[in-house]
Design a binder for this molecule. Structure first.
Ligand code: NAD
Length: 251
């Protein structure tokens, strides 16, 4: 039977590489993204990649998430794998992070709605079909910002990414008995449209902190996610795995 994978924010950047690698692994992938991105050059690869379909879904909208999951379950029988990858990282116009005292309530709420509530909404929607199947893989894309604090991104981003790691731990305890694993992947600096928006000096300082001497690519992250979504990874759950070239090494 086909195994369906949803990759949120799958139109470009890290999510696009994850979607393509999961399709290569045999998943039938649905890449969710905002209509703007799906209609842009960034997502042109989707039409050329076998095994990946696109769907316009805003993960911060409970209604859109519910409707989209219901239609996937009705048409394809269920969801085996979910990668919660969509996120935003608002910056000042000069590309620097917004300092805490300049962070508006609106910005706080917007980041929480996409980066933390979004993964909750999508997870809650797909879990019944995973439980029914007795098999599932959930991977949450966190960040070094959620491990040691945010240097490049703002306060709400760092808090939401730490929250993702907490969501991972508690959910793993709850759903392990159903054959479902839940893990976080915490990337350091990866070359994508998101990281390219930082100020050049911020980018240079981040690169200088990477012991392996290069920034990561979306494929570096996708390879790890591919493993976590495999049958072989069934004994790995509840953990946060750093992938950062050594820029943060947990004790
Ligand atoms: P990106 O901005 O290139 O891609 C993110 C995608 O998510 C975009 O296509 C965007 O349209 C989509 N998205 C945003 N809001 C959405 C919403 N409400 N609903 C659906 N889709 C939405 O960023 P990226 O660098 O590829 O980031 C992917 C993930 O990796 C994010 O969770 C990010 O926080 C994390 N991350 C990135 C880096 C890095 O250096 N690039 C480092 C650590 C963590």
């Amino acid at each position: 039977m086909e195994r369906v994978a949803i990759v949120t924010g799958g139109g470009r950047g890290i999510g696009a590489a994850i979607a393509q690698l999961l399709a290569r692994d045999g998943f039938s992938v649905v890449a969710w993204d905002l209509q703007d991105v799906l209609g842009s050059q960034d997502a042109a690869w989707i039409g050329d990649t076998q095994g990946v379909d696109a769907m316009a879904v805003d993960v911060s909208s409970e209604e859109q998430v519910t409707t989209a999951v219901e239609s996937i379950v009705a048409e394809r029988g269920g969801v085996a794998c979910l990668v919660n990858n969509a996120a935003i990282s608002p910056k000042r116009p000069d590309g620097y992070r917004v300092p805490p005292i300049e962070t508006t309530t609106q910005e706080w709420d917007a980041v929480m709605a996409v980066n933390l509530r979004g993964p909750f909404l999508v997870t809650r929607a797909v879990l019944p079909s995973m439980i029914q199947a007795g098999w599932g893989r959930i991977v949450n894309i966190s960040s070094t910002a959620g491990r040691q604090g945010a240097r490049v991104a703002g306060l709400p981003y760092g808090v939401a990414k730490a929250g993702i790691n907490g969501l991972t731990r508690t959910l793993a305890l709850e759903v392990g008995k159903h054959g479902i694993t839940v893990n976080s992947v915490a990337p350091g600096r990866i070359a994508t449209p998101m990281s390219a928006r930082s100020a050049p000096e911020v980018q240079a300082a981040s690169r200088a902190r990477i012991p392996v001497g290069r920034e990561g690519t979306p494929w570096d992250v996708a390879g790890l996610v591919s493993y976590l979504c495999s049958d072989e990874a069934g004994y790995v759950t509840g953990t946060t795995i750093d992938i950062n070239g050594g820029s943060f090494i947990a004790p």
